[in-house]
Design a binder for this molecule. Structure first.
Ligand SMILES: Nc1nc2c(ncn2[C@@H]2O[C@H](COP(=O)(O)OP(=O)(O)OP(=O)(O)O)[C@@H](O)[C@H]2O)c(=O)[nH]1
Ligand SMILES: [Mg+2]
Length: 353
């Protein structure tokens, strides 16, 4: 299909034209999600730039705003039946982040409003408060945006895989992965990580940006192919399944609320485990400290005994030396006396002579 044909197919897409009618859907909502700064807003700019084929503008405020991050769920029009939503990016993937992703993906939080992340049950409150503001007639297509600058480390694979699979359970569609910064150099490595996670539809882009928006056929064509893929998905899901958007929205709400409850329970359990482990460690530390005190006492006693023994030995040695000296003095006195006696005796003897 050439570019003109692709454009025609995309432009003509409408749920009303599907085999079994719209089944309650009136537009496709391409839901972009992913980590902070991976190029979600730039991808929206790229899509609009290609679709309008006019001047480049920073429609989605890529790298702008408060701290440079997108904080509102802003929908952008591609055609009258296709919107792209720029969701708030996550600083990292963890149990909290994943809950926030699911709420945005499930379209359970209102569009155009700021998304404030919460811990605890705050997310459930926000979902309940938003119930009257969200539309059930949007057909959600999840799209995970990831920059190939970031090679996914092994310790993050499981969490990411679980988020992608849960996104499938939530929306009924396996997320399409959009890789940005295509020419950075890690494309094959990052692409194969996603393939290993079971992702089949991967598109790679060098986004059009403020600095580089020189139109290239390759980029233009890839964007149109991406939009065509999204349409094919929506078409297939609505033509081959009986759908009930109101019930689906209700199921998604239940799904995310259950997720938050399970997560809080798990967090509570983990915190209890941590507390127990801490108490055990403290107890062990105390026992070790007592043993060390005892050992130090024993050592002190041993040293005192040794010192005593040494002192007694030295005392004994001193007594022995004194005894020896006394004995030697006596011997010397004796000898002297004997000597004097002898001299006297010999003297007498001499005189007799
Ligand atoms: N070279 C190049 N730069 C890109 C690409 N995609 C995004 N950028 C740049 O990366 C920076 C972040 O892009 P954003 O589109 O703001 O990212 P984001 O995912 O919307 O970020 P948050 O809204 O903070 O979550 C910007 O400076 C973009 O110009 C790309 O494919 N190639
Ligand atoms: Mg953004």
């Amino acid at each position: 299909m050439d570019m003109e044909e692709l454009k025609r197919v995309i432009n003509n897409f409408s749920f009303d034209r599907l085999k079994n009618g719209n089944q309650g859907f009136n537009q496709i909502l391409i839901q972009l999600f992913g980590l902070l700064g991976h190029g979600k807003s730039s991808f929206i700019n790229t899509c609009i730039y290609v679709w309008q084929d006019g001047e480049y503008k920073n429609w989605a405020k890529a790298n702008e705003g408060d701290g440079g991050f997108t904080k509102h769920r802003i929908p952008h029009t591609i055609t009258s039946n296709i919107m792209v939503v720029d969701n708030r990016g996550l600083p990292k993937l963890d149990a909290y982040g994943s809950g926030e992703i699911f709420a945005q993906l499930g379209n359970l939080l209102p569009l155009e409003k700021e998304v404030n992340f919460n811990k605890g049950f705050g997310l459930v409150d926000r979902i309940v408060k938003s119930e009257k503001l969200v539309k059930t007639s949007d057909f959600i297509v999840p799209v995970f945006v990831h920059s190939v600058k970031h090679i996914i480390p092994p310790e993050e694979i499981n969490e990411l895989k679980s988020v992608l699979h849960t996104a499938r359970d939530l929306t009924g569609i396996y997320p399409i992965v959009v890789l940005t910064h295509k020419t950075y150099g890690n494309l094959t490595t990052v692409e194969s990580s996603f393939r290993d996670m079971g992702i089949e539809r991967i598109f790679a882009f060098e986004n059009y940006t403020q600095e580089d928006h020189f139109k290239t056929r390759g980029r233009h064509e890839e964007v149109l192919k991406f939009l065509q893929e999204v349409i094919k998905d929506a078409q297939f899901r609505v033509e081959h399944q009986t759908r009930n958007p109101v019930k689906e929205m209700h199921d998604r709400t239940q799904f995310v609320i259950n997720y938050v409850h399970r997560r809080e329970k798990m967090m509570e359990l983990e915190s209890l485990e941590r507390k127990k482990a801490f108490e055990k460690a403290m107890k062990e530390k105390e026992i070790k400290r007592q043993e060390e005190d005892l050992e130090r006492d024993r050592q002190r006693r041993r040293e005192a005994d040794d010192a005593n023994l040494k002192k007694r030995r030295e005392e004994l040695e001193r007594q022995r030396s004194a005894e020896q000296a006394r004995y030697e003095a006596e011997m010397r006195a004796q000898q002297e006396a004997n000597y004097k006696k002898g001299k006297k005796f010999f003297g007498l003897f001499g005189k007799k002579k």
